[in-house]
Write a protein of this length. Structure first.
Length: 565
């Protein structure tokens, strides 16, 4: 009977225990023997467990952040770390629910298994990113491209070295920390960033560019006539850029033009020449010139190929446009018109240029229907063509330049050709009113080589001869137009001034090269004017008029002064 009673008692006890276990589960308390981060939470409700963990939650660990050679030790809270007590308690509650009956019974009699649950933590990615960016901000450096420049001292291209940049990979560190908030050491990867244009790459381009800078010679066909560009002149034909060798089309065409001018042998038209006091005919002469389209393509290709040191330009025959058979007999020539000017007060250099330019255009014959080009007749304004330095108008000032005085001749030629009734094709004015061309104000023509020419069309129906008479002793220049005089009369009116603007006050510029107290005038005042001259032509077709308009800028006197003592 005792055994049976005892059995019943045991069963009763087990049944009671089961009932109590069920009651415990239903009451929401955590199973005995469970702890979180060393804090015993067994038998506690959720709220009681969270309260018990309160002190532990406040203690954030220290984290050592490293990036390259730099490191910082900061609170994990700074990096967005936070203890997640709620999740830890939920883990304890889940274990409580999953435990078997026997484990619960053991808990009732004080023999429950012990289990410590780690305190769960989480990281706010945005806060971690902001903190790491702040810590490593000084480590980020942008790469700096290498660059090419032309060294004037060595007259060669060179490279200014580039700088490698640094990029800190904050995003990778944030991802690692979010995945493992227990980390106490956090490495931020640091990577080098190469510039887009590296020193090594540009050195290769510079080597290529410097190899191109060599003397280059061209020859015109089989004529034997040659022209050479110096190494520095060739170096001016291209740019060494970060992207490669870039041809400079403008300077290439200009260099080609200079070479062809030097090596070409243009045809010479029949002309007149003085033999004693008599004009005689001089026969035409065929020439040989560059076949420009084909030659330019060859020049451009060859000069930009370092392996090529020379090129032979294809040539073509150049035929004269006026033969001696079409020249009127000298005895048949008539004086059509005359242009005159004076150049009192001109310097020796200016007189030299007047004399040279007048001689160059003397005897030029313009075929019927063709244009008279002053620059073509002159052959260009250069030292090689006999011109010297003198005062010219350039860049808004009167300055020293090559060929000062040439405009005296172009102005006088314009007066003669305009009074002959020839249509104006191209004519340019001076910037301001020039005393040399008085009193015929506005009746002038400026030229500049290259770019500004004087051109008039020969519409007389026959060749015309340009004749110049220069008298240095009296400072007078005369240009005559001879030919078969057309049946027309030409009248050129004096200038009509429509507006006048007073010149501004003088300008003083310090010239360190002058002695203290020295004053030297380098430009002269002139009022501004708007004016025009009218030409009236009467012939069998009737009467017609045209105008040549001029606008002169007001000009101030300029004085150079020595520095103050």
């Amino acid at each position: 009977m005792k055994y049976w009673v005892a059995g019943i008692t045991a069963v009763a006890l087990l049944g009671g225990a089961l009932a109590m276990g069920v009651a415990t589960q239903s009451s929401g308390t955590i199973a005995p023997g469970l702890s979180i981060a060393g804090v015993d939470v067994g038998g506690l409700t959720r709220e009681q467990a969270l309260a018990a963990l309160g002190d532990r939650v406040a203690a954030a660990p220290q984290v050592t952040v490293s990036a390259g050679r730099s490191s910082w030790t900061v609170s994990a809270a700074t990096l967005g770390w936070r203890a997640d007590a709620e999740t830890s308690v939920q883990a304890a509650q889940k274990i409580t629910t999953e435990r078997g009956v026997l484990e619960r019974l053991q808990g009732m009699v004080g023999a429950a298994p012990q289990q410590d649950i780690p305190l769960t933590a989480a990281v706010d990615a945005a806060q971690a990113r902001a903190a790491l960016n702040a810590l490593t901000a000084g480590l980020n450096t942008a790469p700096r491209n290498a660059s090419v420049y032309f060294d004037k001292a060595s007259k060669r291209y060179a490279v200014k070295p580039g700088v490698t940049g640094v990029k800190v990979n904050v995003a990778g560190a944030v991802t690692a920390y979010v995945a493992n908030p227990a980390l106490t050491s956090l490495a931020v990867a640091v990577a080098e960033q190469a510039p887009q244009y590296t020193t090594e790459a540009l050195n290769a381009l510079v080597k290529q560019g410097n190899a191109l800078a060599r003397p280059f010679t061209v020859t015109l066909g089989s004529t034997g006539r040659t022209g050479t560009l110096t190494a520095l002149q060739v170096a001016d034909l291209y740019w060494v850029r970060e992207t490669g060798i870039v041809p400079d089309e403008k300077t290439l065409k200009a260099a080609f033009g200079r070479l062809t001018t030097f090596i070409d042998q243009p045809a010479q038209n029949a002309r007149y020449a003085l033999k004693g006091t008599q004009l005689v005919k001089v026969p035409e002469k065929a020439g040989v010139v560059t076949d420009r389209a084909a030659a330019y393509a060859l020049f451009r290709k060859s000069v930009l190929d370092a392996a090529q040191k020379s090129a032979v330009f294809p040539s073509r025959a150049d035929k004269p446009t006026l033969t001696v058979a079409n020249l009127p007999a000298a005895s048949e020539l008539q004086l059509i018109s005359v242009g005159k000017s004076t150049y009192y007060g001109s310097s020796a250099a200016r007189r030299t240029n007047v004399m040279n330019a007048a001689a160059k255009i003397n005897g030029v014959v313009v075929p019927a229907g063709q244009d008279f080009s002053f620059l073509n007749a002159l052959g260009g304004i250069s030292e090689q063509n006999g011109f010297v330095g003198g005062l010219i108008i350039s860049g808004g000032r009167t300055v020293d330049g090559l060929g000062g005085g040439v405009c005296q001749v172009s102005t006088t030629a314009f007066r003669a050709l305009y009074q002959a009734g020839l249509p104006v094709v191209e004519r340019h004015q001076h910037s301001y009113r020039v005393g040399y061309y008085e009193p015929q104000v506005g009746f002038e023509a400026a030229v500049y080589d290259p770019g500004l020419d004087l051109k008039l069309k020969n519409d007389t129906g026959a060749p015309i001869l340009i004749k110049t008479i220069n008298n240095n002793a009296t400072s007078t220049l005369t240009v005559e137009v001879w030919g078969i005089k057309p049946k027309r009369t030409v009248t050129v009116s004096p200038a009509v001034i429509t507006a006048r603007v007073a010149h501004p006050g003088p300008k003083y510029v310090v010239n360190p090269g002058l002695r203290p107290g020295t004053v030297r005038q380098v430009d002269w005042a002139a009022d501004g004017y708007s004016l025009y001259i009218t030409r009236t032509i009467r012939d069998a077709a009737g009467t017609r008029s045209d105008r040549v308009s001029t606008v002169y800028k007001p000009w101030q006197a300029v004085y150079e002064t020595g520095p103050r003592s």
